[in-house]
Design a protein around this ligand. Structure first.
Ligand SMILES: [Zn+2]
Length: 448
């Protein structure tokens, strides 16, 4: 086919990419990132225990600016403080009111997709570089040394431009491009700037606890923490890849989300490599996605590929340590995957009401017989499979608007199977895999 015929043909049959998502991804602005990060840096500290009475410095000024900034983007964005009174405990050295800043972009359905970062910062003597050089990974839950006056605000300089100004800027910028895109999403998008991450994921834990108690259907959390620097402290530079940490087991929903980000981020942003990591996070380090994981939600953590530990948790975490082109690429991957997921139907349910995977060897006894529950607005389903030893899907097959299919002579014991829901425009959900539930041990009594 010639190029001219190709373009005529392309108008009749849509390709894998949705031009509206291409446009949304292209509207992410490096310039906006520069402006947001400089603003965040100018608060000098955003420590969750810093002063709240200054209009220009500290956590109080920062959260109000983030609130006003997102509010200004679109009347469609519902911006609020998610506030909590936290008594002194652990690394919270005094009673304090903390506020996540959240912007909700309502979709047609209640299912929610979160894009998040944490806007609070911390700087300690020696920073993360000193912690790492100490040998064994630091215990992230160890209490800090007691301050001279535990009731005083913690107002030392902590610019936190990369940790986690980068994830915060990414969240704020995506609130802008999604709310101004003119797109109607099926899922409700939540742009969440968490607080008190540095005291033990406190803002994320409190929000996730409330969401779990209220049975809010959070389908996925894209958490971004330290995503703006492409230059490792050891001199190795990598501005062309991003790590995505996802807890196990191997076919957990969080792993399915990581594979989804690799598949769709990679299609819309082919110049950027998504590197899924089959573990909850880096050694001895934590992030807000884990607060959601621990309450049963699907959540992954984006992390830059090469960290500079000497800048983290240190006064040196300044704007000079940021690569705007790199941050923008990471934002494009987030945007492409989140937009696809938010436009797609919800993932199909592949377990029975009793929690059993709906897979069998019928009818011959040697076939792969897959069944699932229909997803609203799906017009087709894509079956995925891979050898039972291996992390990545190897094959896929589009089937019609059905709730089951048979792959003859495919031994179900030798492959992992999954199914995704696809809408009329080709938007695909993430894959629901058929997994054997773990079997409880049965106690056998011996004859005495
Ligand atoms: Zn962080």
């Amino acid at each position: 086919m010639t190029a001219s015929m190709g373009s005529a043909h392309a108008q009749e049959a849509p390709g894998d990419l949705d031009p509206r998502i291409v446009k949304l991804v292209a509207s992410i602005s490096e310039e906006r990132f520069g402006a947001i990060l400089k603003k965040l840096e100018n608060f000098e500290t955003r420590n969750s225990l810093s002063s709240t009475d200054s209009p220009a410095r500290g956590i109080g000024a920062a959260r109000q600016w983030i609130f006003d900034e997102m509010k200004g983007y679109s009347p469609k964005l519902q911006v609020s403080f998610d506030s909590h009174r936290v008594p002194k405990q652990g690394r919270i050295t005094r009673d304090v009111e903390i506020r996540n800043v959240m912007a909700i972009l309502p979709g047609r359905s209640a299912r929610r997709i979160y894009i998040s970062g944490h806007y609070d910062t911390v700087a300690r003597p020696g920073g993360q570089g000193a912690s790492n050089a100490g040998g064994a990974p630091r215990d992230p839950d160890a209490p800090p040394p007691a301050p001279a006056d535990p009731t005083a605000p913690v107002d030392n300089r902590a610019p936190g431009v990369n940790d986690d100004g980068s994830g915060t800027a990414l969240t704020i910028e995506l609130a802008r491009v999604f709310s101004q895109s003119g797109l109607e999403f099926d899922a409700t998008l939540v742009f969440m700037c968490h607080v008190a991450e540095e005291q033990g994921l406190i803002g994320a834990r409190l929000h996730a606890q409330q969401a779990a108690a209220a049975k809010i259907p959070i389908e996925a959390v894209f958490n971004n923490d330290i995503v703006g620097n492409d230059r490792g402290g050891n001199g190795i530079v990598d501005g062309a890849s991003i790590r995505v940490y996802a807890e196990g087991p191997e076919d957990s929903p969080s792993r399915a989300l990581a594979r989804f980000i690799q598949r769709w981020g990679g299609r819309y942003v082919p110049s950027h490599r998504v590197r899924p990591m089959a573990r909850p996070d880096r050694f001895g380090r934590g992030g807000d996605h884990s607060a959601y994981n621990q309450l049963g939600f699907t959540a992954v953590g984006f992390r830059e590929s090469r960290e500079n530990f000497t800048r983290q948790h240190d006064e040196r975490d300044t704007f000079e340590g940021i690569s705007l082109p790199y941050l923008a690429q990471n934002a494009r991957v987030n945007a492409a995957a989140a937009a696809t997921l938010a436009l797609a139907p919800p993932p199909p349910v592949v377990v029975s009401e009793r929690g059993q995977p709906m897979i069998s060897r019928a009818p011959s006894g040697y076939d792969a017989n897959l069944k699932w529950s229909a997803s609203p607005n799906a017009v087709a389903y894509r079956i995925f499979w891979r050898e039972a030893w291996g992390p990545d899907w190897q094959h896929d097959l589009l089937v019609g608007n059905v709730t089951g299919t048979v792959l003859p002579n495919m031994q179900i014991d030798d492959y992992v199977f999954g199914v995704a829901a696809v809408d009329a425009a080709g938007h695909e959900s993430f894959v629901s895999a058929y997994v054997s539930p773990p079997r409880a041990s049965t106690q056998i009594t011996e004859q005495q």
